[in-house]
Write a protein that binds this ligand. Structure first.
Ligand SMILES: Nc1nc2c(ncn2[C@@H]2O[C@H](COP(=O)(O)OP(=O)(O)OP(=O)(O)O)[C@@H](O)[C@H]2O)c(=O)[nH]1
Ligand SMILES: [Mg+2]
Length: 221
């Protein structure tokens, strides 16, 4: 299977926040919802996306942008689900800003897409600092990373509308305190929705798909 790879150009714009608001407004006018999905490397973004696509692909025209420093492995995995997937190479950057996201979207929405998803570069710091222009931000915290991460990476948790707690199947092997984790997330962001999932088996992914559907409907209304 061949994949389309876009080599992103470094943004020349100074005001990322303004560029992000502009992009968000344009997407709203076109009826396109953009989800920005973030997490540490290996928390389960691609696995969660595959399960979410399976739940929603009959309802929405989904397109996925896989942002990585190199390779096309995630794009190949997403393409297996049958939805449109493109690979974005960040030129060594650890995050995407609004202009880089726009470069990817221009290629993605050449097809007909009403739910666009950006799998951001695996990193809990830089992606939180740059508004991509997304309609909503989502992040994944996986059990092996520990329940104290909201204390250590406050910005990421404060900008996300939903936090998925993934890999709950391995909880018996880790000192992961789910209630403490929820408390710490809500300290950073009282409005954050928290959904425990196991992307590997699909447990809880239906709840995330419901949350996402509700956001897309509200965006298009
Ligand atoms: N046990 C278990 N393993 C999981 C779960 N979800 C993902 N994994 C595994 O975790 C590893 C990383 O998953 P990915 O989906 O590639 O993670 P990612 O966040 O997309 O990784 P990067 O794109 O490299 O940042 C893989 O070996 C998955 O099979 C889960 O719910 N339980
Ligand atoms: Mg991935």
């Amino acid at each position: 299977m061949s994949t389309r790879i876009i080599e992103l150009k470094r943004s020349v714009f100074e005001s990322n926040d303004e560029r992000a608001d502009l992009l968000r407004g344009e997407l709203k006018d076109k009826g396109i919802f953009l989800l920005n999905l973030m997490s540490s490397p290996g928390s389960g973004k691609t696995t969660t996306l595959k399960a979410t696509i399976a739940a929603l692909k009959d309802k929405y025209k989904i397109g996925v942008m896989e942002a990585d420093i190199d390779s096309d492995v995630d794009t190949l995995k997403i393409a297996e689900t049958g939805v449109k997937a493109i690979q974005l190479h960040t030129g060594g950057m650890c995050h995407l800003d609004a202009d880089m996201t726009r470069q990817g979207l221009d290629a993605l929405i050449e097809g007909d897409v009403d739910l666009a998803i950006l799998e951001n570069v695996g990193n809990l710091v830089c992606p939180a600092e740059f508004d991509t222009g997304a309609s909503k931000n989502a992040m994944i915290l996986s059990v092996p990373e520990g329940h104290d991460k909201p204390l250590k990476y406050p910005l990421m948790f404060s900008i996300c509308d939903v936090v998925l707690i993934n890999k709950i199947d391995v909880a018996p092997y880790f000192d992961f305190d789910l209630e403490k984790c929820k408390e710490y997330i809500h300290m950073r962001n009282p409005k954050a929705e928290i959904i425990p999932i196991c992307a590997k088996t699909g447990e809880g992914v239906d709840k995330f798909a419901e949350w996402l559907s509700a956001q897309v409907e509200a965006w298009k209304a």
